[in-house]
Design a protein around this ligand. Structure first.
Ligand code: S3P
Length: 426
């Protein structure tokens, strides 16, 4: 893929459905009694992996044109033993949430994924699940896929999560639906709360008090009509592009603005970004809005602490914004980046360096001295969708053309990314 520098970007776009919400709509729909209808489903490879896994668990799922999905849920105890491996592809969310769900079933299953999934730590989910009574074994002392889960009777737990992780929290909430007694989870910092919000729509009994999440088992979940908002993590590329490419104005319609996900808006606004959020409404407990950005001169900032889980997936493209900003940006407390689809501290530093950015890797993040001229480069995606899209955005600012190797990775979360970019590119 060749990316040409852009003189300005203008137009109104939508982005595909939220990845986290799409996964959850299928998973919760599968264990509710009856038909869950999902509109605006993300037809990205990760969410399609979730659909395939649930088909293997005996759930009939129809995928219709126009991003509609029908999940014929069979109730909390209606899943069947799979006669094949549950293959989760590149999807950490599918892998970890399935571990939690499979732990309390009356059958055994094997969960495996691609080369990147096989490197990602699963102990963070397996340790607390074992405390609930789960029987899970795998490579590297039960840390890495492929993983075998022998369903067990589970007990509720009180557990303080050592890291702020929505995947760990959601796996434990799924297990809690099958446990004897209540479960109390305490997060160190607030991570995305789509599971809590959506499970309650389905009739679960989850109460949230700041960092405490209390789940009591219920006898049944009820099917829902879920409308998935646009993914703010996908909108992020165009938010940054509209701010850093001169003379630009971009409106992104129907974007989810759940406060546990809007760290990028807070940070870019504090850097001087002109971002207007309008037309706010609520769909299935989730706030949704239109976002308009106009070119802005940005200044560097420090990003650390409690905001990190609210923007963890956006750090690669925030680093692009920092490269275009004047002054220094320091990103700290982001060691979780090392265990994403690629080691994103390393891959961001390697790729932005190729474009002439003054960027330095640290133990828990990076330091970017912005404002240096950006040059065209030959970028690599490392099969990481967010690296592929971030390099495309920095390439818009370069003095000459760039190429990106491995662009198919964008299909994980944003099929049509390059077409959308082209529609704005003037
Ligand atoms: C996700 C949670 C986050 C995020 C991932 C999606 C989810 O991961 O990075 O892209 O849907 O729950 P962690 O829970 O590992 O922080």
């Amino acid at each position: 893929m060749i990316i040409h520098p852009s003189k300005f970007l203008k137009g109104e776009i939508t982005v595909p459905g939220d990845k986290s919400i799409s996964h959850r709509a299928v998973i919760f729909g599968a264990i509710a009694n009856g038909l869950t209808e999902v509109d605006g489903f993300l037809m990205g490879e990760d969410c399609l992996s979730t659909i395939e896994c649930f088909r293997k668990l005996g759930i009939s799922i129809e995928v219709r044109p126009d991003n509609k999905v029908y999940v014929y849920g069979k109730g909390l105890y209606g899943l069947k033993a799979p006669d094949d491996i549950l293959y989760t592809g590149n999807s950490g969310t599918t892998t970890r949430l399935l571990l939690g769900l499979m732990a309390g079933q009356s059958f055994a299953s094997i969960i495996d994924g691609d080369a990147s999934i096989r490197k990602r730590p699963m102990k963070r989910v397996i340790t607390p699940l074992k405390r609930m009574g789960a029987d899970i074994s795998g490579q590297d002392h039960d840390n890495l896929a492929p993983l075998t889960v022998k369903g067990q009777l589970l007990q509720g737990i009180n557990y303080k999560l050592p890291i702020a992780s929505a995947q760990v929290k959601s796996a434990l909430l799924l297990a809690s639906l099958y446990a004897d007694g209540d479960t109390l989870l305490t997060e160190p910092e607030k991570s995305r709360d789509h599971s809590e919000l959506m499970l309650n729509c389905f009739g679960a009994n989850i109460r949230v008090n700041n960092l405490d999440i209390h789940s009591s088992p219920v006898s049944e979940l009820y099917p829902q009509h879920i409308t998935v908002p646009g993914d703010i993590s996908s909108a992020a590329y165009f938010i940054v592009a509209g701010l850093i490419v001169p003379n630009s104005e971009i409106t992104i319609k129907n974007v989810g603005i759940n406060p546990t996900r809007t760290g990028i808006i807070d940070v870019l606004t504090s850097m001087g970004g002109k971002i207007n959020v309008s037309n706010i409404r609520v769909l299935n407990n989730e706030p949704v809005a239109d976002i308009t950005v106009t070119s802005s001169s940005l200044t560097g900032t420090t990003i650390e602490g409690a905001i990190i889980p609210r923007l963890i997936d956006e750090i690669p493209v925030i680093a692009v914004a920092a490269a275009a900003a004047s002054g220094t940006t320091v990103i700290k407390d982001a060691q979780e980046l090392k265990v994403k689809e690629s080691n994103r501290i390393q891959t961001v530093v390697m790729e932005l360096s190729k474009a002439g950015v003054d960027i330095q890797e640290t133990d828990d993040g990076m330091i970017i001295k912005g404002g240096k001229p950006i040059t065209g480069a030959h970028f690599e995606s490392y099969n990481d969708h967010r690296i592929a899209m971030s390099t495309a955005i920095i390439a818009l600012m370069a003095g000459s053309n760039s190429t990106i190797n491995g662009i198919d990775a964008v299909n994980i979360s944003f099929p049509g990314f390059f077409e959308t970019l082209k529609s704005l590119h003037k």
